[in-house]
Ligand binder design. Structure first.
Ligand SMILES: [Zn+2]
Length: 298
């Protein structure tokens, strides 16, 4: 840009300032938010997110469902991806959330404004979404996002249907209190596939499970979450981060073609859960031995 043009510079600043408020301050966040080609996963289910921050579109003639809104900065990428696939953002009637963190809920406010869609999210995350991430048990006030109002707080087992597709909410608390995983079925080539979209099983740095837990009951919540996720039938394994299910690599294989759908990966799902549960178990054991109680020591 020509440095002599004050008009242009003020325009640039005006564009930059709103994003600074909810900036992706760190290089990690930015690397998660690179534009990537959208693609059809199977049936009426599409990937419309960024390089790592996932967002899914489920289409029907009656209207579309959009799951997760990425960072505030991801919303325009999602809109562009929806259009690239030949759909309209305005046709989104339902917005779904996995959890109230800035990298998945940051774009929801803008997407809701642009579509007028109703937002469904875990009931225990509704307040955190309305506060724009303020007072998060793990992040405090450090990871804020544009606040967004939940229209339909969902509980374990609640169903959301549109145009023949039904998504089931599974309460998978721990990562956030209202963290929700979603399951659905898609049809492809005359076969039905069970799809699971995992909210998150990650234990963020600084979070304590035992001793002085980061929230009362967090260890039990994670334990319930693993039981629940392990009980779900899963052919197609997806999650809030593409890295959790090797999304970039699978998308490249899908594009190459050559038989089979790489997203059909029941083993990958089981392995992911086994790894996550092992990490959880190890942290819990370590925290318990690091804080001896009267029964087992001094
Ligand atoms: Zn998160």
């Amino acid at each position: 840009l020509p440095s002599r043009s004050p008009f242009l510079w003020s325009a640039v600043l005006a564009l930059a300032l709103p994003t600074l408020v909810h900036a992706q301050a760190d290089p990690t966040s930015r690397s998660w938010n690179q534009p990537v080609e959208p693609y059809r996963i199977a049936g009426n289910l599409y990937y419309v997110g960024a390089s790592d921050i996932a967002s899914y579109l489920i289409t029907a003639p009656q209207g579309n469902i959009l799951l997760d809104g990425g960072f505030a900065e991801t919303a325009p990428l999602i809109e562009a991806n929806v259009q690239k696939l030949g759909f309209k953002l305005e046709d989104v009637k339902i917005l779904l959330s996995t959890h109230a963190h800035f990298d998945h809920a940051g774009g929801l406010a803008e997407l809701k404004k642009k579509t007028g869609a109703s937002l469904y999210a875990g009931a225990a995350d509704a307040d955190l979404l309305a506060r724009g991430g303020k007072g998060d048990f793990a992040f405090g006030d450090r990871s804020l996002f544009p606040p967004v109002q939940v229209d339909h707080p969902v509980h374990d087992g609640d169903k959301v249907s549109l145009g023949g597709t039904t998504l089931v909410a599974h309460a998978t608390p721990g990562h956030t209190r209202g963290c929700t995983s979603w399951s659905l079925q898609v049809e492809e080539g005359g076969k039905r596939y069970d799809v699971v979209i995992v909210g998150s099983t990650t234990i963020n740095p600084g979070v304590h499970l035992a001793g002085k837990p980061s929230y009362p009951g967090i260890a039990e919540d994670y334990a319930k979450t693993f039981q629940r996720l392990k009980s779900l039938p899963c052919d197609i394994f997806l999650a809030a981060h593409a890295s959790m299910f090797n999304g970039l690599e699978k998308a490249a294989r899908l594009k190459q073609g050559g038989g089979g759908n790489p997203f059909v990966d029941p083993e990958g799902y089981k392995n992911f859960l086994a790894r996550s549960e092992k990490t959880y178990g190890e942290q819990l054991a370590k925290e318990k031995t690091a804080r001896p109680t009267r029964e087992n020591g001094r």
